[in-house]
Design a binder for this molecule. Sequence first.
Ligand code: NDP
Length: 301
Amino acid sequence: MLLQSSHSSPSALMDLPVTSARLLDGKALAEQILTTLQREVAEKMATGLPAPGLATILVGHDPASHIYVRNKRRACEKVGMTNIHHELDKAYGQTALLRLIAQLNADPSVHGILVQLPLPKGCDYDENEILAAIDPNKDADGFHPFNQGALMQGRKAPVPCTPKGIMRLLDECGLQLKGLHAVVVGRSNIVGKPVALLLLERHLTVTICHSRTRDLAAEVGRADIVVAAVGVPELVRGAWIKKGAVVLDVGINRNTEGKLVGDVEFHAAAARASWITPVPGGVGPMTIAMLLQNTFEAYNR
Ligand code: NDP
């Protein structure tokens, strides 16, 4: 599944004579996961059970959010899940949105609920209140405070999709993760913090960096595993990467030429890393695959 270019050995991480990293192909892996899900959904339905249902709620007209939701709905269709889609004007309002979520919570044909973030600015939406209103059992994104608390305690619960996808990609490298040093750049509730907790759960030593970190280059330079979730084009320079490190780039940014780039300087980093995710085609497709996996897990519960 993982595409390979020239590289000496993937088994150890310390100062390998790396010439070029192997590509962690999230697009191909996500396709594989969706195909498996499609078969599993068909098997359930063949026994007379209803299709799993994912409700998607999109408020406002943010172009990027529209693209993300469209891709999620397409994937839903591909695996044979029902999609209940609500596209709402940005003036819909907090109270009406809470009412809609309550309806979806009570609807037995809905197994997962996703509210696309961010909610429109300047409209008095309280994202925390909205996320907390979703039934934790239908929390397809894993953002409900109950589920985030469970993650912190190491208990089984829906896990946020992007961090879950990152861990799945990391497993593809076939490395012994225990004891390795991971550096996570970014501390958001949806990527940075949960991925740090998942790495900790797997017995890595974890450093979390953010905008106030004093020497980012030095921190990244000590990492066996780098997760970049910042939202700044190519902030993580290739020269910072320790030889043989694994690089997972979450960022989706446009550079000054309008080209889609990650948070990592890809080519320079690939010359030092053992494995690296591309942008696009790395973490992004995995986020969608994990969303549908979370929905299917909720359906099975
Ligand atoms: P947030 O904006 O919520 O968080 C960004 C984090 O980066 C913050 O913790 C911030 O620090 C830190 N940061 C900002 N500037 C710097 C800097 N110069 N040095 C070090 N740290 C810095 O972003 P998200 O976590 O939501 O998303 C991050 C990126 O990932 C974005 O590009 C987003 O589009 C992308 N994304 C991609 C997904 C996918 O499926 N591929 C899914 C979700 C997000 P501080 O806390 O101090 O402000």
